[in-house]
Design a protein around this ligand. Structure first.
Ligand code: CP3
Length: 327
């Protein structure tokens, strides 16, 4: 590529008026099962911002819904699970995922790879910890008290739950890759709530199982979480090719923590987008300078695009990264 590649987590979605228009009256999870709508929403930010990759429009809870978990996404709140997973008997509700459960994904990716041409399509899934946090808590949480109660108090049950989720997640990523996704991202958004020793013991084996299950396809595997400064080394150890970094750790320091042999993705603070264009450029320059000596860099925000972002700020940012990293 003649410049540093750039895309944005949550580049599709509420920051775009064209997204709000096509989603009118259609619930989030229903929209994820309609291949024509999925393709259109995935393509919207590619057309508008000239980003270097599309990310498949879906949600981390889609594979759980597909195997029959009773959950919904409430606007402004997030995923809510009717009957949380708390006991060994509850594990029976987490059956394996088959390609037939998510045939709309295969169909949508077929449409997308034809439309996208050479532009890569990034598939994704939620990592076992982050999925478990929603399943056990029953919804979003700041403290993860129920999830941690299981992790600390019943490590056997916890390990079985995470292992089952790893199988579902791996199957879901395989469907996306076999349909044509050219890279995958494993979102462990909330894993920064853990201390390194607990991550190593209670989470790393399940995430490593997912990453290992798709290693043979040869597509780049990105692994991302928020607030993971103290976990970066271990997240690299879990096996990804690219480690996503939030805005709290500069990329040169992140590279020291992750160690050699990996590319990094990130890490502009998303809320910088609410500042003046000059401030966005200054902060972007800082990210690019910190990335100068990396083995590989994919420019991104340190987390998802906030819904209230002015889309023009994102278009300008892509242009800035392209022109200032031109080789
Ligand atoms: C934790 C998490 C979830 N979902 C996801 C994560 C991991 C990424 C992250 O850390 O942000 C992943 C996700 N969800 C969505 C995408 C789309 C692809 C893209 O990045 O452009 C991706 C990659 C669409 C979505 N997922 C959701 C929306 C908004 C729903 C809507 O438009 O009605 C979109 C576009 C809903 C959702 N789903 C989830 C939350 C917290 C929310 C927000 C609730 C709200 O604020 O309304 C769970």
């Amino acid at each position: 590529m003649p410049h540093t590649p750039v895309w944005f987590m949550r580049q599709a979605g509420r920051s775009l008026p064209e997204y709000r228009k096509v989603r009118e009256g259609i619930p989030m999870l229903e929209s994820c099962t309609r291949p024509d709508l999925v393709a259109e929403i995935t393509l919207q930010p590619v057309r508008r911002h000239n980003v270097d990759a599309a990310i498949y429009y879906s949600d981390i809870v889609v594979p759980l819904k597909a195997i029959g978990i009773d959950l919904d996404i409430k606007p402004g709140i997030g995923p809510l699970v009717e009957r949380p997973i708390r006991t060994r008997a509850d594990l029976d509700r987490l059956r394996d995922l088959t390609p037939e459960d998510v045939s709309y994904v295969t169909e949508a990716i077929g449409l997308l790879t034809r439309e996208l041409g050479p532009t890569p399509l990034i598939g994704f899934a939620g990592a076992p910890f982050t999925l478990a946090s929603y399943l056990i808590e029953g919804g979003p949480s700041r403290t993860f008290e129920n999830a941690k109660a299981m992790m600390y108090g019943d490590p056997g049950l916890w390990a079985e739950l995470l292992d089952r989720l790893a199988g579902i997640t791996a199957a879901f990523l395989k469907v996306q890759i076999e349909a044509g996704a050219s890279a995958v991202q494993l979102f462990d958004s909330w894993v920064g709530a853990l201390a390194p020793a607990d991550y190593r013991r209670s989470v790393l084996p399940a995430s490593a199982k997912v990453l290992d299950a798709v290693a043979g396809y040869g597509v780049p595997r990105i692994h991302f979480g928020v607030g993971t400064g103290e976990l970066l080394h271990l997240m690299g150890e879990a096996g990804a090719d690219v480690v996503g970094v939030d805005w709290r750790v500069p990329l040169d320091e992140a590279a020291r923590r992750v160690g050699p042999g990996k590319a990094l993705q990130g890490n502009l603070d998303p809320t910088v987008l609410f500042a003046t264009p000059e401030a966005v450029e200054t902060k972007t320059r800082e990210v690019l300078d910190a990335a100068a000596a990396l083995e590989g860099h994919v420019f991104n925000l340190g987390h998802g695009v906030p819904p209230a972002t002015d889309p023009d700020a994102l278009t300008r940012l892509v242009e800035y990264v392209h022109t200032h990293t031109a080789r």
